[in-house]
Design a protein around this ligand. Sequence first.
Ligand SMILES: Cc1ncc(COP(=O)(O)O)c(C=O)c1O
Length: 446
Amino acid sequence: MAETIRETFLRRNPKSAELHPRFKKVLPSGVSHDMRVTDPFPICIARGEGAHKWDVDGNEYIDYGLGSASLLLGHAHPDVVKALIDVAPYGSHYGLPIEAELEWGERVCDLMPCADKVRFVGSGAEATMLAMRIARGYTGKNKMIRWESHYHGWHDYVMPGTLPPFDRPASIGIPEGAIASVIVLPTDLAVLERTLANDNDIAGVITEGSGASYGTVPLPPGFLEGVRSLTEQYGVVMILDEVITGFRWSPGGLQKKIGLMPDLCTMAKVLTGGLPGGAVGGRDQFMQVMEQTGDAGHDRFERVSHGGTFNANPYCAATGNAALSIVATGEMQDQADRMAARLRTGLQELFNRYEVPAAVYGDASTFHVYFGGRSIEGLDANTLKNISPAIQQNFRQAVQNHGVDLMSRCSGVLSGVHTEADIDQTLEGFDEAIKAMLAEGILQAE
Ligand SMILES: Cc1ncc(COP(=O)(O)O)c(C=O)c1O
């Protein structure tokens, strides 16, 4: 009898299996990010180069996880590596401004339409946290509207609404005050308008530009434009979370691509060339609330305060500048988008050939597989949770067994260094994975 997907996985990954108990001994659930938990254990990675990575057992993967979508330039892009090596000997922190930070800030303001000014932070979550504080500081109001299932990091103000059921925060340990300050809505402009009309304490609306979880649940057509005009009408701050879409959807992010001007945007990932870091960019009038004027009363009591030891540190500023100088041409995004389109088409053809009712979709350089039918018509944040646990559990493992890794269970992102040959090989891997899932009865032909 043929091996099961799990048996193949165990056979291929003895070293990862051996390390797993040691991971579990020192790290809760054996990981440093909840999303890395996998049954029976996550593969342990040794190195990456370009569109590929290798695990501790020597297995090679074509990578569609790419550092949680931070590596638009692929693993260890030579210019990013050189920038890091060049600055490494000169120290990691001086506690004062550096020229590389100025250059980095100028690049961000040149590329991102809404960024008259930028403040660097330590991560994407810090960026959304600061943007919310700026919105509250600017308006003097307390509440933030967010959309069901959109991901903005892990801090207290974004845990309500991340996972269904949406009336329960995605974590315990969130203070009631924080929960009460967040209004979670379905992506429905009529509901937004009603909420804005009936509540006078709303500071802002935060939206993941791609739709929930890098586009897993796409936004209705015209939605972002609708949010823009309603936020303007009601005088609340529009925050566009471009942690994923920034520099990836286009050199100027989603906002440049669709010609939308938010009040504030949040960035991370590609911003630093795949190192730690993030930023909030915004129109002058909003970023103004961070300015110190020298007036003691104003600076102590009427200003948004912000710190962070490693903000714009020399290493991340150097890699950020190297990455953004490449990203600015748009060539990486074009290549990534082209290869993603080929991958989506090829994968859909495979499902069709095997008569498996699945829909492949995604914007820009992303792809998602919906195992609930041949179309994503009517797909919402709740529907996705109804996909069979066996499929969710096995798809990523099945493709890993054939040399392909994803970003999450049924989704991935591409880089500008994925080639036609990578896509061909990936489709062969998907083909084998689908056959294995059919053989085991995890997928059924219609
Ligand atoms: C849209 C979005 N916002 C915010 C974040 C949080 O970023 P970080 O993980 O750097 O804190 C993420 C992370 O994946 C994200 O996808």
